[in-house]
Design a protein. Structure first.
Length: 319
């Protein structure tokens, strides 16, 4: 069957516009060298009743090149029967891969994965309930950490605004590279931010920047789907930490999500088992200062070998 962008967009619209299942997300990742693949199931009227966007890449495993299949977001489907057929096809495509996974934005509608006998691997995040009044959300922040930081940022004259030009986007990227170096992780290329700005900013996501005297000193990249807005990337200049741009950005993102009508804000991960003095532990403790509930979020796998390795790593990490 020939893939139809029109049919995919219609299904995507019907199923709540998951950002990670959008054609825009496929285009962004393709520009970075990933191979987008689509599984789609048609109904009797030749419309798509379910679909999954995933990416295929090769990895070295003990000297052998093996494929891995990765998908973010929730599979698109209009009926449970078509969802079952979709995941069976994904399993079939995963047979010769090292592993295959689907990482939804939340733990809702998990029954389709259980029925497909996909193995869950739990990570954690913090969810803030935006149906509460803003005054209550403010009171639920920690007085001596998050609340103090936001107040300090205001005294320092930090302003938060949506990115509206490539110059500010580039400055945000510079702070992101700085953050990546300090955090000892590989930064995404600028092309990711550039394509996100061109294709998703203002619809399936937003980019906010923190400014001090009209100079960008940090930023946040947010994605949104149906009821949720999620923090994907956060970065701040090391030279302006005393101005508390991170505190300003976190609280501004919460306010922004509530203003846009979303019901929940996802702080983008939480290292429940991270050592307190580790980088992950410090970031997680900072996030917890903004309130919310720590919840489990599953990533669903085909491939028992990877699950076994993951469990061993988690065991030693907690010791």
């Amino acid at each position: 069957m020939t893939f139809s962008k029109i049919k995919w967009e219609k299904l995507h619209e019907t199923c709540g516009k998951d950002p990670y299942q959008s054609l825009e997300w496929a285009q962004i990742n393709e520009s970075l060298g990933s191979k987008p693949k689509f599984i789609f199931i048609e109904d009797k009227d030749n419309n798509y009743s379910s679909g999954l966007l995933y990416f295929e890449e090769e990895k070295n495993f003990f000297g052998l090149k093996r494929k891995r299949l990765t998908a973010e977001g929730f599979p698109l489907f209009t009926t449970k029967e078509s969802a079952d057929r979709l995941l069976k096809e994904f399993k079939k495509r995963s047979y010769k891969s090292l592993f295959a996974y689907i990482k939804p934005l939340n733990a809702e509608r998990s029954n389709i994965f259980k029925k497909a006998k996909m193995v869950p691997d739990m990570y954690h995040t913090i969810i803030i309930d935006l149906t509460k009044p803003l005054e209550i959300l403010w009171k639920e922040t920690e007085k001596k950490s998050a609340r103090w930081g936001v107040k300090k940022s205001r005294k320092e004259g930090i302003k938060i605004e949506k990115v509206n030009n490539k110059e500010d986007l580039l400055e945000f990227y510079k702070t992101y590279k700085e953050t990546a170096k300090a955090g000892e992780f590989d930064p995404l290329p600028f092309e990711f931010f550039n394509k996100f700005y061109e294709l998703m900013h203002g619809s399936l996501g937003y980019i906010l920047v923190a400014k001090k005297d009209n100079t960008v000193i940090g930023g946040s990249l947010l994605v949104n789907s149906n009821k949720y807005m999620r923090l994907r990337i956060q970065a701040s200049s090391r030279n302006h930490m005393h101005n508390q741009p991170s505190s300003a950005l976190y609280w501004a993102a919460i306010e922004f999500a509530k203003e846009k009508g979303f019901q929940y804000f996802d702080l983008g991960g939480y290292g429940k088992y991270a050592a307190k003095d580790s980088k992950s532990g410090k970031v997680s403790r900072f996030k917890k200062g903004f309130g919310g509930e720590v919840v489990e979020c599953p990533t669903y796998y085909y491939g028992q070998l990877y699950i076994g390795i993951k469990k061993i790593k988690n065991y030693f990490r907690r010791r």
